[in-house]
Design a protein around this ligand. Structure first.
Ligand code: NDP
Length: 292
């Protein structure tokens, strides 16, 4: 039997409708619309597309979505000043600085300058520390998108043997923290899974991926995970977004994995739309906390 397709686009649309409804309720209660400001430095073509999609998604659910563009030669002090202004602006509930930044800018210093109460990307060390400690505020968008997709698709994670390929700060590492922890009232999305985090130095990688009932690929290598690397019937989540000959493809070789998997996310239409939906969810959460 072919795998069940996990339709991230459809689930993300449902979440966006729920958020849009809540925005209407806020407006009816005379509360301000959530405000999301995205800062784009330079003109990296992929970043430009991501930022445009984020603004469009924000505006569609009724947020005030703005993009502030700055040239690639901006001085770090000027960028930090801009962030200080956004931190102080009560109409801005969420601040996202699109990465990567030009090389002369210290990315960590910029992320740390964002007020943790407005850290809707979830990359501030305080936000990540709270996730590690088991009482998170904002969950980083892509890991949260993976878990929301699993929950809303009725795929359990408790006790499930899970392998995550990739240990980046924005995907693999926080996803491992999210999936491995014990759920509590303060952290209901925690996955309770049995997690193995693998990377480029891992030995016997295929042996480990074949042991997983839930396999998540966040590598950045097109088609890296092939059919013989998965356990028949496994759930396979493809986080990868790679451009190959003008086409967007994932880290999973769909043609060989689909016939063996139990469930699989497509690329595009899987985790990408879920990530944007989680950015909206975090921004609404920030607005609810900052302007009750
Ligand atoms: P990074 O390049 O930061 O991290 C890649 C990870 O994969 C590293 O941990 C690296 O290991 C590991 N890796 C690389 N080669 C191998 C290998 N041969 N065997 C095992 N592990 C390997 O990438 P990101 O986490 O930022 O992104 C991963 C993918 O997800 C990309 O395609 C990106 O475009 C996509 N992405 C998608 C998003 C979405 O919204 N769907 C959001 C963010 C990213 P090591 O640490 O040892 O170098």
């Amino acid at each position: 039997m072919p795998a069940r397709l996990l339709d991230g686009k459809q689930i993300a649309q449902t979440i966006r409708s729920e958020i849009a409804q809540r925005v209407q309720q806020r407006l009816a209660q005379q509360l301000p619309p959530p405000g999301l400001t995205v800062v784009l430095v330079g003109d990296h073509p992929a970043s430009r597309v991501y930022v445009r999609n984020k603004r469009k998604a924000a505006q569609e659910v009724g947020f005030v979505g703005q993009v502030l563009e700055r040239s690639a030669d901006i001085r770090q002090a000027e960028l930090l000043d801009l962030i200080a202004q956004l931190n102080a602006d009560p109409s801005v509930h969420g601040i996202l600085v699109q990465l990567p930044l030009p090389r002369h800018i210290d990315e960590a210093a910029v992320i740390e300058a964002i007020d943790p109460a407005k850290d809707v990307d979830g990359f501030h060390p305080l936000t990540l520390g709270r996730l590690t400690a088991g009482h998170p505020t904002f969950l980083p968008c892509t890991p949260q998108g993976v878990q929301e997709l699993l929950v809303r698709s009725g795929i359990p994670t408790a006790g499930v043997s899970t392998v995550i390929v990739g240990r980046s700060n924005i995907v693999g590492k926080p996803l491992a923290l999210l999936l491995a922890q014990k759920p509590t009232p303060a952290f209901p999305l925690a996955g309770d899974a049995t997690v193995t985090l693998v990377h480029s130095r891992t030995r016997n990688l295929a042996e480990l991926t074949r042991s997983a009932d839930l396999l998540i690929a966040a590598i950045g290598h097109p088609g890296f995970i092939t059919g013989e690397m998965i356990r028949p019937g496994a759930t396979v989540i493809d986080v990868g977004i790679n451009s190959v000959a003008g086409q967007v493809v994932g880290d999973v070789d769909f043609a060989s994995v689909y016939p063996r998997a139990g469930a699989i996310t497509p690329v595009p239409g899987g985790i990408g739309p879920m990530t944007i939906a989680m950015l909206l969810k975090n921004t609404l959460q920030a607005a609810e906390a900052l302007s009750r």
